[in-house]
Each structure stands twice: as structure tokens, then as C-alpha cells.
Design a protein around this ligand. Structure first.
Ligand code: NAD
Length: 451
């Protein structure tokens, strides 16, 4: 605890020197971070492979590449984003020049998950530093290799009083959360999100919570079924299904369900072969505990494809399950693994009954060419964000704010939205002195304002 207290005291003292308010200083750090990350590219892939058999290609498209493009974006735009923004004066402030100043909060705590251990720790760290904050980063204890490499990268680039890594499990997290921070950015489960929110409430610390949930994917009978199957298999089984915005389950129009299931099977075999255990591209479950959790979810359900479980080797095959009950573990808990339940609908009411059985999801997907069905559905349901005719790709556009709603999270980030998340907006009116209408001053008498 005293070590954590020490680190934070040093960061508080450094923040008060005003050094991090200097945009040029921030840019130097971010450029140094970029070259350090580029020089460690192979080591990052190796760590992810060792942590959960993630392939180099997946590590590039879903972690390394996204971090580097976020760095490129912020390095290119930081001066513009950080500048005070002039807004129109109002009748009440006239004569004046009115501005929004972007100010760092101060000392930020970032707590990360294991499923995209590099991306989901580095992205918030980059934006917190870009906004002029200091950062303590707590990566997941379940991805030892990647977390240690992150600690090394941060130590090579940042003075400890600007950014540092505290490794460890929930005990370290608990100690960190007991401190007084100026902002907390948490990515992980809703259960731990609640713990973070309670800890933050003690000091009224603002927070972003990036959580999970049961993200539905609707497939109607107007869509190109082959392409849909290909995209769903990619987005569901990427990272072994351990993606917060993976489609948790499918709701398929009844009249195409059987033929669509056959297409899903073919597509899984095309992607991972007849024995996915031998595929270099199919990741493992992060640990035995999660493998056991997933194995239990497969009890007493109708497995129609896959279903092979090897707890010792943390392996679950890409698996399809037909119509599990809405009160089964598969349909009440976030799956977070390579198991895809397939439900069906005849009417829009059936879709409502399924989706409204869970809390507001993080993501939402719909495959259809029926424009009014798509628009009505997007407007009807509450969810963080999503895509039409694809999975996951909304994460990749930094112009789109990324985040959940309700129990899938609060607050957003990515690109400029991330910079804004870690900046407090100060409203400043610079009042003119060349005129001073007397109307507001006492004695008021019979004065009346015409607004
Ligand atoms: P988790 O909540 O178990 O752990 C996240 C972090 O919290 C880890 O660093 C862990 O050490 C710490 N932690 C665990 N227990 C704690 C406690 N009692 N007190 C304080 N800290 C504690 O989540 P996870 O298993 O790493 O990740 C999976 C979850 O994260 C899923 O629900 C997934 O949907 C969600 N997720 C969300 C996003 C998003 O962007 N919204 C991204 C990835 C994962």
C-alpha cells in the first residue's frame, strides 16, 4: 500500500509542476511510445501467443495495428484537439470572447482486462497521456507475458511520475481503488465495474466503465446468407469468442434457420479445419476457470456442432447450440467464449421477447436488406453501438465513440472521443470592458429584461 501511495504522491507532485500541460512534452512522450512499440512488435505477438495462443495476424489486426493507428491519429491531431475552442458569444455574455479549454483531470487510474490485453490498456493510457494526465495502469493478472511486456514498454518510455504500471490481481486493484484519483477508466466485467463505481463514489471521482453483456445478432431472410455466415463466424470466433463485442447469440428468421446453420458449419470448417485444436489461428480460453465455466454452460443443451472440451489444455471447439432455454446459463450470462447459441423468430415480438430478457447490451448486430426493418430495430433497442451486415467493425472507426449503456458501461472513447474523455472542459468567458450596460446592477427598481 505504501508503494502505491508513494507512486501516486509522486504523480500528484509532478502534475502540479504543470509540465504535462505542455502539449509539446506530451507529443514527445507519445512519439517515444510509438517507436518503442514499433521496436517491440515481434515481442508483443510472442507474448500474446504465449498467453492464449493468439495468432500473429489476429494480434496485428485486433491489438497492435489499432494501437499504432490510435498513436498516429493523436500525434497528428493533438495540437488541434488541445487548443482552446472559441464558441459564439451569447446575448447575455456580449461583449465577450467565449472559449472551451481542454484541461487534464490530473491523476488517472486505468484498470484493464485480459481479453485484448495490449489494446485495452494502451488505448486509454495513450489518450490519458495525450490529454495531459499522469497514469497508473493496472493490466490483467491473467495475461502475465503481455502485462510484463507492457510494464517494460511503459518503463522504457515514461518517467514514473508520468506513467507507470502496477502489476497484480484484485488485491492490488483494491489497494489502487482505495486511493483518491482524479479519473478512473475501467474495462472489465459489470460485477467488478460495480466495485469500481462504489470506490469512485467515495471521492466523487469521475469514471468511464467499459463493460460487457449479451450482444444479440439478428439474421433475417433477405440477407446474403453465405456472406453473413462468413462474417459471423469471423466476428464470433476471433480471439476464441473472448471479445466484449462478439455476437453473444443469434436470432435467425425461422424459415432460413436450418440452411443457415449448415452454412455456419461449413464456414467454421473452412476457417479452422475439421480439427480446430490443430489450427494455428484458433486461440485458447484464457484459463482453466473460464474453460470450466464454459464447459458447464454446455451441460443439458442441444450441441449441434463442435462441443469438444479439453479443460487441461484450455480448449473449447467452436460450438453451435440450438435454441437453449432463455433461463439457461448460456442465455442469462455473458458467454465470452467460442459457443454460439442459435435462436429463431417468426415475428418482431419474438425478437423483443429474447432481447428484453437481458440487460442493455454493449453491441448489437443485424443482417438484413430490409431497410425499414433495420431502421426500426436499431431505434427500438438500447445498446452501446453496433453494425449492420457485419460484426465488430464499428470498433475500428475512431470517429465513432465506443462505449456501453446501462449495465454494459458508461462513457466512451476512441480517437478524439478518448481525448475528450480524459479532458475536463472549462468554460471561459473573456469579457470586454469597452461597454458596460447598466441593466444588471442594483438598484433594480422597475427594470425588466426582455429575453
Ligand atoms: P474482470 O472484471 O474480471 O477484471 C478486469 C480487471 O479488474 C482486471 O485487471 C482484474 O485484476 C480487476 N479485478 C478483478 N476483480 C476485482 C475486484 N474484486 N476488485 C477490483 N479489481 C478487480 O474482467 P475480465 O475477466 O478481465 O474481462 C472480461 C469482461 O470484460 C467481460 O465482461 C467483457 O465483456 C468485459 N470487457 C469489456 C470491454 C469493453 O470495451 N466494454 C472490453 C473487454 C472486455
Amino acid at each position: 500500500m505504501s508503494n502505491i501511495h508513494n507512486i501516486l504522491s509522486k504523480q500528484k507532485a509532478f502534475f502540479s509542476t504543470q509540465k504535462t500541460k505542455d502539449v509539446t512534452y506530451r507529443l514527445e512522450l507519445l512519439k517515444a511510445l510509438k517507436s518503442e512499440i514499433l521496436s517491440k512488435e515481434k515481442a508483443i505477438y510472442k507474448a500474446l501467443k504465449e498467453d492464449f495462443n493468439k495468432s500473429e495476424f489476429e494480434s496485428f489486426i485486433s491489438e497492435f495495428g489499432l494501437v499504432v493507428s490510435e498513436l498516429n491519429l493523436v500525434i497528428k491531431n493533438l495540437k488541434k484537439w488541445a487548443k482552446p475552442k472559441r464558441v459564439k458569444a451569447s446575448l447575455l455574455t456580449f461583449p465577450s470572447k467565449d472559449y472551451i479549454y481542454k484541461n487534464p483531470y490530473g491523476n488517472v487510474l486505468v484498470i484493464g482486462p485480459w481479453n485484448y490485453p495490449f489494446l485495452l490498456t494502451m488505448e486509454p493510457l495513450i489518450m490519458a497521456v495525450a490529454s495531459g494526465n499522469t497514469v497508473v495502469l493496472k493490466p490483467s493478472e491473467l495475461t502475465q507475458k503481455t502485462s510484463s511486456l507492457i510494464a517494460e514498454i511503459i518503463a522504457n518510455v515514461f518517467p514514473k511520475e508520468v506513467a507507470t504500471v502496477c502489476q497484480g490481481d484484485k488485491d492490488i486493484s483494491t489497494q489502487l481503488l482505495a486511493q483518491k484519483w482524479d479519473y478512473i477508466f475501467f474495462t472489465g466485467s459489470a460485477k467488478v465495474g460495480t466495485i469500481v463505481a462504489k470506490a469512485a463514489a467515495k471521492y466523487l471521482t469521475p469514471i468511464t466503465l467499459e463493460l460487457g453483456g449479451k450482444s444479440p445478432c439478428i439474421v433475417d431472410d433477405t440477407t446474403d446468407l453465405k456472406l453473413t455466415a462468413r462474417r459471423i463466424v469471423w466476428g464470433k470466433f476471433l480471439n476464441g469468442g473472448q471479445t466484449c463485442i462478439a455476437a453473444d447469440y443469434l436470432i435467425v428468421k425461422k424459415n432460413i434457420k436450418e440452411v443457415f446453420i449448415e452454412m455456419l458449419k461449413k464456414e467454421i470448417i473452412r476457417a479452422y479445419g475439421n480439427n480446430p485444436k490443430r489450427s494455428k489461428d484458433f486461440p485458447r480460453i484464457i484459463d482453466k476457470k473460464n474453460t470450466e465455466r464454459l464447459a458447464k454452460a454446455l451441460n443439458n443443451v442441444d450441441v449441434i456442432f463442435g462441443g469438444e472440451i479439453d479443460i487441461e489444455n484450455k480448449y473449447i471447439a467452436p460450438t453451435l447450440v440450438d435454441s437453449p432455454n432463455l433461463d439457461s446459463q448460456l442465455m442469462t450470462d455473458e458467454i465470452f467464449g467460442p459457443i454460439l447459441p442459435i435462436l429463431h423468430y417468426k415475428t418482431e415480438k419474438d425478437i423483443e421477447n429474447i432481447i428484453w430478457n437481458s440487460e442493455k447490451p454493449l453491441a448489437f448486430y443485424i443482417f438484413s436488406k430490409n431497410i425499414s426493418f433495420v431502421e426500426n430495430t436499431l431505434k427500438k433497442f438500447e445498446f452501446g453501438g453496433g453494425a449492420v451486415n457485419d460484426l465488430l467493425i464499428h470498433f475500428g472507426n475512431p470517429k465513432l465513440p465506443f462505449g456501453g449503456v446501462g449495465s454494459s458501461g458508461m462513457g466512451t472513447y476512441h480517437g478524439k472521443h478518448g481525448f475528450n474523455t480524459f479532458s475536463h472542459e472549462k468554460s471561459i468567458v473573456k469579457r470586454g470592458t469597452w461597454i458596460d450596460p447598466p441593466a444588471r446592477y442594483a438598484p433594480y427598481g422597475f427594470k425588466k429584461l426582455n429575453i
